[in-house]
Ligand binder design. Sequence first.
Ligand code: G3H
Ligand code: 13P
Ligand code: ZN
Length: 303
Amino acid sequence: MNLKDYFQKAIEEGFALGAINFSNMESLQGIVEASMKARSPMIISVSESALKYMGSYCYALTKSAKQIYPHLFLHLDHGKSFEVCKEAVDNGFDSVMIDGSALKYEDNISITKKVCDYAHKKGVFVEGELGQIKGIEDNTSASEHIYTDPALAKDFVMKTKVDSLAIAIGTSHGAYKYSGKQTLRFDILEEIERALPNFPLVLHGASTVEQSEVQLFNQYGGKLEKANGIPRELIEKAVTKHNIVKINTDTDIRIALTSQVRKVLNENKSEFDPRKYLGAGREEIKKVVLDKIYNLFHSNDKI
Ligand code: G3H
Ligand code: 13P
Ligand code: ZN
């Protein structure tokens, strides 16, 4: 099954694929091992900056990962230019996101269409974005988000031919998602679904920022004050009752890895073997991803 087949299956059966960001071997291993154990398809996401960080090791790592477990889809996260998306397409990515959400509507259409025209010829799927998902530095309340305009969603999809659409309904990137009421605009989601029946929708900024992980992080000298994420029940509702088929998660993986690194290094002041602390981080990522697969994405046993 290709990614589009999985998206349709996800809509029909009420589950979602995780799209989990990685930027080193241990995070990739943790994600892949959890997916394999749960027999879940998985989107492994690479941001522009993660791609720059890993360089061409990224392609070698993901090629090996797919040999070990073929039910993985390599995805470019938040591509900001045609050139970056083209590079990903040319290097064998299964799908790319062109993020023109900060552009004027007509410019977003134009760049997204250009990427679709190129990628589709090579059998690569494209995700676009409409509306704006707040960034980590903004740390603003949900009421200040630029929500996706349901009236434009259909027009955008028709004109660009995107295969999936990232929407803004109150999620945000990073570890500080809400300063006020923790909620999502399901009313907007429903309007989008009415305009685009059975169309694959994507939720970015969907980390749940578990308090147990934050506590662990802080216990060993970290300082994540008032960190919070999307409540689990809202993610589950979006996945099981709506056409959200891709759940983007990065922050939770970063916290899981780093909290274990902090723990191991704090408990063993003389430790200098990276395998000890990165190995512990890898195990924590596996645990976190397994929880998400079984309890939030419901993508276990779908391969
Ligand atoms: O959505 C953004 C991701 O969390 C990637 O962030 O550019 O720091 O890798 P990054
Ligand atoms: P989080 O910061 O909530 O993990 O979101 C990640 C994301 O949307 C990557 O595209
Ligand atoms: Zn994102």
